[in-house]
Design a protein around this ligand. Structure first.
Ligand SMILES: Cc1cc2nc3c(=O)[nH]c(=O)nc-3n(C[C@H](O)[C@H](O)[C@H](O)COP(=O)(O)OP(=O)(O)OC[C@H]3O[C@@H](n4cnc5c(N)ncnc54)[C@H](O)[C@@H]3O)c2cc1C
Length: 225
């Protein structure tokens, strides 16, 4: 049948993870993404134990651990006042070789997943946009817009929608994306800092700070508006 067994639409972490697993299983696939390049912003920052166990199947955990850092404790401040500290040692992580969350920016994680994919001889095709998807009894057809603007029609056994919040695949399948909007404003920023962290606790309404793509000495802030 068709041009490939599986078409993965979307080369974010979900699509990349699926691509790595299909590579391991020797399933033929293509993975496309409409964005010309990856975002360099931090976005998702925590990788949990089970995810690390799955990523370890591709031999990339040493590199990821070298780029991020293992969470030891978390301190919560509300309205400039310290309210709570959680020590990871006090939590029961059960039977795993990765007994604490790894703090790493999504930009770094995606970069490492991209490199892992290259080791299997595969890469995300960019910018290739899925314009339309149609399923019938034998398989699925997708209409893609290639980088030179030409349209390509491909047949596959399966299409997997890893195309995020505005998924064309979800819409083609007639599924809804239920949810709501919180009545709250935030400022979210990846920043480099010269001031010390304790003085920042006092100076502002910081809700969250963490390592950003530039590494240990830069931080991600989430400040309530
Ligand atoms: C500013 C910001 C901050 C965030 N902070 C956090 C956080 O602190 N913690 C956390 O857990 N998560 C956070 N997230 C959410 C996190 O980034 C997402 O949950 C994660 O990226 C989802 O991964 P995904 O692969 O499913 O989808 P995405 O990363 O959204 O990837 C989908 C991909 O599909 C591509 N695509 C879309 N439509 C098409 C199409 N028609 N054809 C081809 N390609 C297409 C897009 O270009 C995109 O690359 C944040 C997100 C943002 C934007």
């Amino acid at each position: 049948m068709g041009d490939t067994d599986v078409l993965i639409i979307g080369g974010g972490p979900t699509g990349l993870m699926l691509a790595l697993e299909l590579s391991l299983q020797n399933v033929s696939y293509r993975i496309i993404d409409s964005a010309p390049q990856r975002s360099d912003k931090s976005r998702g920052m925590v990788v949990h134990s089970r995810t690390m166990e799955l990523l370890a199947r591709h031999g990339i955990m040493d590199e990821l651990q070298g780029l991020g850092y293992t969470l030891k404790a978390s301190r919560i401040f509300v309205n400039k006042k310290f309210v709570f500290e959680m020590d990871i040692k006090d939590l029961d992580y059960g039977d795993t070789q990765f007994g604490a969350p790894l703090m790493i920016s999504q930009a770094e994680t995606e970069h490492v997943l991209d490199k892992a994919l290259e080791k299997y001889g595969k890469k995300v095709e960019r910018p290739v946009k899925a314009e339309r998807v149609e399923q019938d009894d034998e398989g699925v057809t997708a209409w893609l817009c290639n980088p030179d603007g030409t349209e390509e029609k491909i047949r596959c056994k399966y299409i997997v929608g890893c195309d995020g919040a505005h998924s064309v695949v979800r819409k083609a399948a007639g599924q809804k994306f239920d949810g709501g909007t919180y009545p709250q404003d935030f400022i979210l920023a990846d920043v480099h800092l010269k001031v010390s962290i304790p003085s920042l606790y006092i100076a502002s309404l910081i809700l969250q700070y963490w390592a950003s793509p530039a590494g240990f000495h830069s931080f991600r802030f989430l400040i309530s508006g």
